[in-house]
Design a protein around this ligand. Structure first.
Ligand code: C5P
Length: 223
């Protein structure tokens, strides 16, 4: 039998990353941060001077990705290694996130990353974090959760995260970026961001991380 999977999909800033980590730790499952694969693809393209308009070269970049996720204890964010060097911090920049959402619209890029993602399905189970985990990558998952929050709240959360990292940017700029990214993620033709038919939609606006985690654990039958 295939190991169990819990999918956490939703727009950026809905709290998926943190909730996925905590959930994986609680369940003792592995963690797939699928966004990291799109970010690494974008970074690799930038490093090799591949234009973000060149679909064919971008697909080739995704197919030949020399990426490794360094094993960490369950639920901890993996260190991301590209071409032998640690890019864990570099792929987190706004620029990389924005470029990731541009390469993510290309169907051949998505296809190239599909098997890589499915290989994460290993015993005792997997928490998969992304946009299309429940709709495309793991349609047979045991539990699918779609986390949402208002764009304003997501911009505020991102603002706090960046401040904690010593980076001060205007909330209004973050809000603009978040809306542009949502627009691109929801309106693309291949694997657009939307809840799977059998997903549980959880609106996290006004909820703290622990409350969100409790709701997901309850859905997983672990409360
Ligand atoms: O989640 P994260 O912000 O790291 O994702 C970066 C971008 O990668 C997203 O804006 C989205 O366009 C793309 N992505 C995707 N499918 C996924 C995960 C991320 O298209 N499963």
């Amino acid at each position: 039998d295939a190991p169990p999977i819990i999918c956490l999909d939703g727009p950026s800033g809905a709290g998926k990353g943190t909730v996925s980590q905590l959930l994986a730790r609680r369940m003792g499952y592995r963690l797939l941060d699928s966004g990291a694969l799109y970010r690494v693809t974008a970074l690799s393209a930038m490093r090799h001077g591949v234009s973000l308009d060149d679909a064919e070269e971008l697909a080739k970049t995704a197919r030949n990705l020399a990426v490794a996720f360094e094993a960490t204890p369950p639920g901890e964010p993996a260190r991301v290694i590209l071409d032998g060097s640690d890019v864990t911090a570099e792929i987190r920049t706004e620029k990389c996130g924005d470029n990731a959402s541009r390469v993510a619209v290309i169907p051949a890029v998505r296809t190239a990353l599909l098997q890589l993602q499915r290989d994460f399905r290993q015993a005792p189970g997997l928490v998969a974090d992304g946009r299309d985990m429940g709709t495309v990558v793991f349609p047979d998952a045991q539990l699918k959760v779609f986390l949402t929050a208002s764009a304003e709240e997501r911009a505020e959360r991102r603002h706090r995260q960046l401040l904690d990292a010593g980076i001060d940017v205007k909330i209004s700029d973050l809000l603009k970026e978040i809306k542009a990214r949502d627009e691109r993620d929801m309106n693309r033709e291949t694997a657009p961001l939307k809840p799977a038919d059998d997903a549980h939609v959880v609106d996290t606006t006004g909820l703290g991380i622990e409350e969100v985690l409790d709701r997901v654990l309850a859905l997983a039958g672990r409360d």
